[in-house]
Design a protein around this ligand. Structure first.
Ligand SMILES: [Zn+2]
Length: 123
């Protein structure tokens, strides 16, 4: 991958990273506000029904798992930016071949070419 292409993907990765960070912050605030509401006892006003309690805890789990997932993607974005700095971006981790730009466009933090990814998923 040439320098110009790397720059293009760097920009794309930085933009994605920015958006992820914002999204994670929103999720964190959501998680905190829920916890505070529960701690202050306000929750009892909302959850007179057992069904409401399970909805509440289901939503809390959903937010928690979203935070975990988004944080993982953020790490992958950071790793991809690292590869851009090392000039190894766009190379397959397994076979060392080029990852097609179309694939990187769709998944800028991809570390494997399609063939190796498929093999890795099939185990
Ligand atoms: Zn490969």
């Amino acid at each position: 991958m040439n320098k110009r292409e790397r720059k293009k993907f760097e920009k794309l990765l930085l933009e994605m990273r920015e958006k992820k960070l914002e999204y994670i912050n929103v999720l964190r605030e959501l998680a905190i506000s829920r916890t505070q509401r529960e701690a202050s006892g306000d929750i009892s006003a909302f959850t007179s029904h057992p069904a409401d309690i399970s909805t509440e805890s289901y939503e809390r789990e959903k937010v928690a798992s979203l935070i975990t997932r988004e944080t993982q993607i953020l790490k992958e974005l950071d790793a991809a930016l690292e590869r851009i700095r090392d000039a190894t971006y766009g190379e397959c981790d397994t076979c060392g071949g080029d990852i097609p730009p179309a694939r990187l466009q769709a998944r800028p933090f991809a570390t494997l070419c399609v063939k190796c990814q498929t093999e890795a998923e099939e185990g």
